[in-house]
Design a protein around this ligand. Structure first.
Ligand code: ZN
Length: 1026
């Protein structure tokens, strides 16, 4: 899945995107430990125990065998647990229910402190011990268990698990959120009959299964499906967990095969998941409907009953009926079409040649047109609505190039005969990697004739990401969502890596650098989580689709690759991993072990040892440099942004520290490596060097503090000559300095002293990073109505960048890097009301309107032009009129951002009407809210809006999903006062199960507190510094 977030969408009209916090869950992994399994299977010890009843309770890393191990719980927990069962609540949900009672905003379980026991506790304990000892003696000395026989037996007989009640009143035979392991599906035959007039569908699912362990029941997933008929069995349903079950009076025996046939009916979904309906207006203005699927992570069960967990891989054979004027697509090529007596056509697809997880199944019923091309044995096609066929060529060309690249890079050829890329008019994510049938948002796949390279960059990177998933995710799949990063971190890393090779003109390196900076900012918060994190509830599964899985995942892979000797070891390792686990499921250790095994160098490096320090704990290190002559002491500590100074963690990382110095700082072989594994170590450098810069190219996932002298030497060097460091290294210094200021380690005066060199800076990475950081502060000051400081800040920004802003042209610009630089500079300039910028933007808009759309505004300047235009009453209306007519989606999106940036409150209210999906598609609402929130007139309105419309919002955008994360961040991240903190806290805690437990809520609160602290610390001295 590719979440829809692009640099161009987010940079300068976005509020404080620096902060996406997150809270910690314990790092324990969701795995069955071997002793757990053995214990359960040892039937002589526990005769009544079904292997599936063994529960590994990961939250507290404790083993629970139902009816046996629960006495380990303390009383509170036990009460909570048993009442949860009485209420039929999920056992896994208990953890969150329990959490919420301790503190609504702390996900972190309170440390079990070893405080000294009180006298009363001691007395109680002694008394308890005496009782236990006397009971034991009584039992020991009694020759037989004579007092009550049943009382004795109770010690060894496991209690029956408490099962919930099915919809029909019968007992539901399964009490957990995860499915039992006793049944393995082998193949599915699906027949689907969608009715696009009535927005309903019927289906038949035939599942062939094998029995792994003797069992009396089959449990699988089904959600919102009305099961009308099943083969000679009664189907029980337990809706809260989206499970159905079939009970048998006789045991199914291990090794047996069985077939289950289920007929059902359902409505096409009105949200963006499951089998959902989508519509668009064709060129004559008629509404056309279509149906498409989005199953990842938990929605295949909304289209057909299935074992909807990634490790239950099976084959699929799919048939779909349709009206003659429609066409259908699915994962595999079409095998045949037959006419039905009803006048409908039935399309049958080939059986999948590979085993796949349910979340990768897909089908589309629409009237799209394709263009196609062959890459070795694979037919690659791009589909769109007929009107947009002319926008598909770039995607086809790019997909073919990338497919060739991956085929040879992974040394495993893409295994299917066809690969379709389909632009779906209504689609929430950026794209979805369904095997053989990748679905996209129109803006992530279609490129207009006049598109700029920056727009092509968006499309190429989404395609590169989804194609990488055909190997990472589809061929080798994570066993459970706790290791989602194995899919997403890899796809994200491969997306940048492949484009650097295949399409170097797209300058993807700047974007990747920016992504790493943003990932650091999010991971610095206490609410962050380990890359590989325990996941239990559906909301927690949704929440895994976040910057840690994607961007930190990609960043640590880059760090690993950069630290391995030679450039082939990493590649060899992943080829080994893909081959070893092809068609299977894996966890993080499998990956590190494969990479460790491929030891092609003489300098052996234990990848497992190094990388687990990055995946099993949250956060990242701050490396502090202390140089005395030729001795350099490096010290690591957890870079933890927290509003109270008390929190210290003892986390240590295995850091491949790279460094360069003034005698050699530009060529790649200047880089030296030192591995810091302990808290503090010393290395030797020549006494004569003037300065050291660590984290060469910012390929490492850590922040560096050089101390007063170290920073002073670097700043001196830059003021003399900016070219002593690469642009990436300059950007890295700027990023680290602002981060240290947020941490409270350097004063804002030190930040400004580094920025003094900016007047000589012209390169994209350092300029865009500095602008982003300064804009963030500017916005915070603006929202607090610190008018005097706001204007001083403006003067500052213009003193650094004024001349660079004036040097920008407003014509077509060829290089991507220059486009990035120009749009960042001009958006800031116009936002600060710089006269010449406003004038130019208005003139360009006027020309565009008068030419009746023939005069083109360069793609990278469209947003700034539309935003400036939208500030006047008349051109806002003109823009709205254009918006309803323009068909090219990337341009349309920028117009929408313009419309939403208005300062007129009535119009702001109009922009968020997208929730109704009339003029503005509902899929664009997160973008609209983001834009509205960044303006002074809009930010309080946006906050009110989400409070008033929360229920409708979470109906469209599920709790925990990327869209909801983004909405929360947009509306809260510019608050910096106690009053706002209280409001935000009050609102989210009132939501309870409708979202109060979300990590993004933690992030929001933490961010506000940090904003508040930064302001308290720095505002008093602004008078002096600014
Ligand atoms: Zn993805």
């Amino acid at each position: 899945l590719k979440s829809f977030q692009t640099k161009t969408e987010n940079v300068f009209f976005t509020p404080y995107r620096a902060n996406l916090p997150r809270n910690m869950i314990e790092n324990s992994m969701f795995e069955e430990e071997p002793d757990v399994v053995d214990l359960a299977k040892d039937s002589t010890t526990f005769p009544a125990l079904d292997p599936d009843e063994v529960v590994y309770e990961p939250r507290s890393s404790r083993l629970l065998v139902r009816g046996l191990g629960e006495n380990e719980m303390d009383e509170d927990e036990e009460d909570c647990e048993s009442s949860a069962r009485l209420l039929g609540m999920s056992f896994m949900n208990r953890s969150s229910a329990h959490r919420s009672t301790s503190s609504p905003y702390t996900r972190q379980s309170p440390p079990r402190s070893c405080s000294r026991p009180s006298a009363r506790t001691l007395v109680v304990c002694v008394l308890f011990l005496v009782i236990v000892v006397s009971m034991t003696m009584v039992l020991y000395f009694l020759p037989e268990c004579t007092f009550t026989k049943s009382g004795c037996r109770k010690q060894t007989t496991p209690a029956e698990p408490v099962y919930p009640i099915s919809t029909n009143g019968e007992m539901f035979p399964w009490a957990q959120l995860r499915l039992p392991q006793s049944i393995q599906p082998l193949s599915y035959e699906l027949t689907l009959n969608p009715d696009l007039d009535k927005m309903t569908f019927t289906g038949t699912t035939v599942i062939t299964m094998t029995v792994r362990h003797d069992t009396k029941r089959i449990v699988l997933h089904s959600a919102n499906l009305n099961i009308t008929k099943a083969t000679d069995v009664t189907v029980l349903e337990y809706k809260p967990r989206q499970q159905i079950a079939v009970k048998f009076s006789e045991e199914l025996k291990a090794g047996q095969q069985c077939v289950l046939t289920l007929n059902y009916s359902a409505n096409l979904s009105h949200t963006y998941d499951g089998f959902y309906n989508s519509s668009y207006s064709d060129k004559d203005g008629n509404k056309r409907v279509l149906a498409a699927t989005q199953f990842e992570p938990l929605s295949a069960r909304k289209a057909f009953p299935c074992f909807d967990e990634p490790s239950f891989k099976a084959t699929f054979q799919i048939k779909i009926s349709r009206k003659p004027d429609y066409m259908t697509l699915s994962n595999m090529p079409k095998a045949k079409t037959t006419s039905l007596p009803s006048g409908l056509q039935l399309d049958e697809f080939e059986k999948t040649s590979v085993k796949m997880s349910t979340y990768l199944v897909a089908f589309v019923v629409a009237n799209f047109t394709p263009i196609s091309k062959n890459v070795s044995e694979t037919l690659v096609s791009v589909y769109s609505v007929p009107e947009k066929k002319e926008h598909t060529e770039y995607a086809l060309d790019t997909a073919c190039k990338l497919l060739e690249f991956y085929n040879s890079f992974f040394e495993i050829v893409y295994p299917l005969k066809k690969l379709d890329l389909v632009a779906i008019p209504d689609f929430l994510a950026g794209a979805m990697e369904n095997w053989g049938l990748i679905t996209f948002r129109e803006t992530s796949l279609l490129v207009g004739k006049q598109s700029s390279l920056l727009e092509k960059q968006v499309v190429a990177s989404v395609i590169a990401h989804e194609l990488a998933h055909q190997w990472f995710g589809n061929l080798v799949t994570m066993s459970w969502w706790n290791d989602l990063w194995l899919n997403e971190g890899f796809a994200t890393y491969m997306q940048y890596m492949s484009l650097q090779t295949v399409l170097p003109k797209l300058d993807i390196g700047n974007l990747f650098l920016d992504v790493r900076f943003r990932a650091l900012e999010k991971d610095a918060l206490n609410s962050s989580h380990a890359v590989s994190t325990e996941v239990n509830t559906p909301e927690q599964v949704e929440e895994m689709f976040d910057s840690v899985s994607y961007e930190k995942g990609a960043s640590i892979l880059l760090m690993l690759n950069a630290s391995l000797p030679g450039d082939q070891q990493f590649r060899k390792g992943i080829i080994q991993y893909l081959n070893q686990f092809s068609g299977l499921n894996t966890d993080t250790d499998n990956l590190w072990n494969s990479l460790t095994q491929v030891d092609v160098s003489t300098q052996h490096q234990n990848v497992s040892e190094m990388m687990s320090s990055w995946t099993s704990q949250k956060g990242f290190p701050l490396v502090t440099v202390d140089r005395k002559g030729d001795q350099v002491t490096l010290t690591q500590e957890h870079f933890l942004l927290t509003s109270d100074n008390a929190t210290h963690t003892s986390s240590l990382w295995h850091i491949p520290v790279t460094y360069i110095n003034d005698t050699c700082s530009l060529a790649p072989d200047c880089k030296q490596v030192f591995t810091l594994k302990t808290k503090s170590e010393t290395l030797k450098v020549p006494q004569s060097i003037k300065w050291l810069k660590l984290n060469h190219g910012n390929t490492g996932f850590y922040i560096v503090h050089y101390g007063d002298d170290g920073w002073a030497a670097l700043i001196d060097a830059l003021i003399n000559n900016v070219n002593v460091l690469t642009p990436e290294d300059r950007a890295s210094l700027i990023h680290n300095m602002f981060a240290l200021s947020r941490l409270g380690r350097v004063s804002f005066r030190q930040v400004l002293s580094l920025l003094n060199y900016m007047t000589n800076e012209t390169e994209t990475p350092p300029v865009t990073e500095a602008l982003l950081q300064l804009n963030n502060i500017y916005r915070l000051l603006d929202k607090r109505q610190e008018t005097d400081f706001v204007s001083r800040m403006k003067v500052r920004i213009l003193s650094y960048f004024g001349s660079l802003m004036r040097n920008q042209t407003w014509d077509e610009e060829i290089s991507v890097s220059k486009q990035e630089l120009r749009s960042a500079l001009l958006e800031t300039a116009c936002n600060l009301n710089v006269d010449s910028c406003i004038r130019q933007a208005k003139a360009l808009f006027k020309k565009y309107v008068e030419s009746n759309g023939t005069a083109h505004i360069p793609g990278d300047l469209q947003r700034v032009v539309f935003t400036v235009a939208a500030q006047s009453e008349e051109s806002w209306s003109t823009l709205l009129e254009k918006y309803s007519k323009v068909s090219y989606d990337a341009e349309k999106r920028k117009m929408l951002q313009g419309l939403a940036s208005t300062q007129d409150t009535r119009r702001i209210a109009w922009s968020v009407s997208g929730l109704q999906g009339n003029i503005i598609q509902t899929q664009e609402l997160p973008l609209v809210i983001n834009t509205v929130s960044s303006s002074f007139s809009g930010y309080l309105f946006a906050w009110d809006f989400i409070q008033e419309n929360w229920n409708q919002l979470i109906e469209k955008f599920p709790v925990g999903s990327f869209s909801i994360q983004k909405i929360i961040k947009s509306t809260t991240s510019q608050f910096s006062t106690q009053a706002h903190l209280n409001q935000v806290q009050g609102f989210f805690s009132s939501l309870k199960e409708r979202g109060s437990q979300m990590r993004s809520v933690q992030e929001a609160l933490e961010t506000i507190r940090l904003n508040q602290r930064w302001m308290d610390r720095n505002l008093p001295s602004f008078n002096e510094w600014l």
